[in-house]
Design a protein around this ligand. Sequence first.
Ligand SMILES: [Zn+2]
Length: 405
Amino acid sequence: MIFGAFAVVLSLGGCALPLTEGHAPQPAKAILAEGVRCSSSTLSVDTGFVTGALASCSIDEGNRITVAIEPEDEPPINCSPWYAFRVASEPAQDVQLDLTYGTCGHRYWPKFSHDGVTWEYFHSSDVEISSFAGLDRARVRFRTDGKPLFIAGQEIVAPVTYASWLSRLEAHPDVSRFELGRSAQGRAIEGIIVGDPQAREVVVVIGRQHPPEVTGALALFPFVETILSDSSEAAEFRKRFKMVIVPMLNPDGVALGHWRHNTSGVDLNRDWGPFTQPETRLMRDLFEEIGAETNRKLRLFLDFHSTRYDTIYTLTEEQATDPPGLMDAFIADYQARLPGYWVQEEPGHNADSAVAKAWVYERFGVPTATYEIGDETDRELIGKLGNAAAEAMMHVLLKSDAPAN
Ligand SMILES: [Zn+2]
């Protein structure tokens, strides 16, 4: 059995995850210390690392591992069946792994990594998706090489990944880093200001309200980096605008490997309005601070997510915005930068949905959008989409009229 031929490389400034055992290859017994969920005489499965999650597992003496994948809370819950675990093996051997899903079914193509940083897809000839009595199963066959192997639904993009990325950005003279506040479990919710902190016009960008939505993060990173590029348009943009970016609003959910919620069982993107949660209240306070400043004007709000395909949820024509027509101009400009790629837009608005996009529009009357990247969109393409979205956004905002008062 050979591993996939194409690699997904996620290397953000060379950051590493805080693995309990470090990065050196470890024999199975060394990993048995912490977080082991099931084991046999030659194999063990553990979740003793940040983002690690599975509901239960078992291993039989035929090297067959069965992993049950279930959400953090009772259904109904959005079907985002996150899993992340590590298989340790001694000696090298052929393994059959069954990922068993509840009623939500299979969603994320299994991926593997030796170091938790560089990821590859399991090759399609080694993965078999089937369904029994309405329940999906993904069977993966692979040969271990004696080193621990991470297996997850998506690349692991953990709080430490963000911290490392922010540290790298912080070196830029037009970036200042701040702590917005703390999550329910006390994790830092960090942000950066990009551009002139005194600028009148403000753009707010957030991400990762939903923990497994890693591809949205994979677009947000290049999006922000493009705004920090050396291009003359980026430099001009940073002079005229103040951008506030909060890349990970739900660090608890991310760290715990949740499918959807924070630690109070709440979908944060259904809490804009009630604001019952510490994480969403921090965002409300940030927005109210912008709203209270008479010399400040919010111009645009973008919220990065993932779903099964690339799409942008926009407002409908009935929602007048200031600046007017900005989102249409953005979509057209974004499309023009992506020959051979079709930009999908899905307009909609429900004032009572308690979704970030709806609340920010109702409160400020500015263009708002939920920017969604597909779960399995080609990772190189995601990078290009993030770049193009930033270039399009800067271009249309620079062409927009400055607010009259
Ligand atoms: Zn989402």
